[in-house]
Design a protein around this ligand. Structure first.
Ligand code: NDP
Ligand code: 8X3
Length: 250
């Protein structure tokens, strides 16, 4: 029987590429995100390969998270793989100039949203004594960089939660691991710079960033390891990137 994977943030970037590669490798997919038009478009594309269900909710809205996950039809309700990917940076400002709404967004989406979705799905994994959770962290969860303050804090929290989940879920045979990418060219920088596409494009100028498919390919590798193998913590950088702040540009 095909495994079922629930992917948050499947309307764009890493989440979308992950849904695409998993669908092509016979995983049933639950696509999550807020933008329904994109969810339906991707569902149409991936239905050629596998069974696809869509769930539109904002991960900040805990009631909507639980209602949506509880509404999943029987045929998709056994979730084998949870990919906690939804998240973004909002702004790139010093701590003294940071915008409170940006701070709320990053903590509410990247940390609390990840917790809500996990809390809604973990009980069924515990009951079955099986499951695999992949948390998408960041190099920003391993290092801090100037003006990255709250985004870095939110991703350090993901790193901590990844370790904590692995400990707490260990008695139940549930695999938990994180992937921490460096620079990946997605809509990430457009969101961070509030739609300023030129500023966003500059982030990736002069070097080859990772493409969302590079991370998706690794996620597929991680979930397809034999049960006794848990890839617990993996940092993936573009070759041009040595750290959060050291980048070799042409
Ligand atoms: P994108 O902006 O391309 O995708 C972000 C996804 O998150 C979208 O599908 C979006 O869907 C979803 N999302 C955002 N806010 C919410 C919300 N409130 N409720 C539900 N879904 C939401 O960025 P990436 O693909 O790059 O980002 C994916 C993950 O990778 C994030 O956790 C990010 O922090 C992490 N990451 C990214 C890196 C990069 O350089 N790009 C590097 C390291 C980590 P929708 O808007 O439809 O709701
Ligand atoms: C995204 C990568 O370096 O902008 O998490 O924080 S970075």
């Amino acid at each position: 029987m095909n495994k079922t994977a629930l992917v948050t943030g499947a309307t764009s970037g890493i989440g979308k590429a992950t849904a695409q590669i998993l669908a092509k490798n016979n995983y049933n997919i639950i696509l999550c995100g807020r933008r329904e038009d994109r969810l339906l478009e991707l569902k149409n594309e991936l239905s050629a390969f596998t069974e696809v269900h869509t769930l539109s909710f904002d991960v900040r809205d805990k009631k909507a998270v639980f209602e949506s996950i509880n509404s999943i039809p029987e045929s998709f309700s056994k979730i084998d793989i949870l990919i906690n990917n939804a998240g973004n940076a909002h702004g790139l400002d010093s701590i003294q100039n940071g915008d409170l709404d940006d701070w709320d967004a990053m903590i509410d989406i990247n940390v609390k949203g990840l917790l809500y979705v996990s809390k809604a799905i973990i009980p069924q994994m515990i009951e079955r004594k099986s499951g695999h959770i992949i948390n998408i962290g960041s190099i920003a969860g391993k290092e801090v960089y100037p003006n990255g303050n709250v985004y870095c804090a939110s991703k350090h929290a993901v790193d901590a939660l990844n370790q904590a989940m692995r400990m707490d879920l260990n008695p139940f045979g549930i695999r938990v691991g994180a992937i921490h990418p460096g620079a990946v060219e997605t809509e990430f920088s457009e969101v961070r710079f509030k739609g300023d596409v030129d500023k966003a494009a500059n982030v990736y100028k002069g070097f080859e960033p990772l493409h969302p498919e590079d991370i998706a390919d690794i996620i597929h590798f991680v979930v397809s390891r034999p049960y006794h193998v848990n890839i617990a913590d993996l940092m993936v950088l573009p070759t041009a990137q040595a750290s959060a702040t050291i980048l070799k540009r042409d």
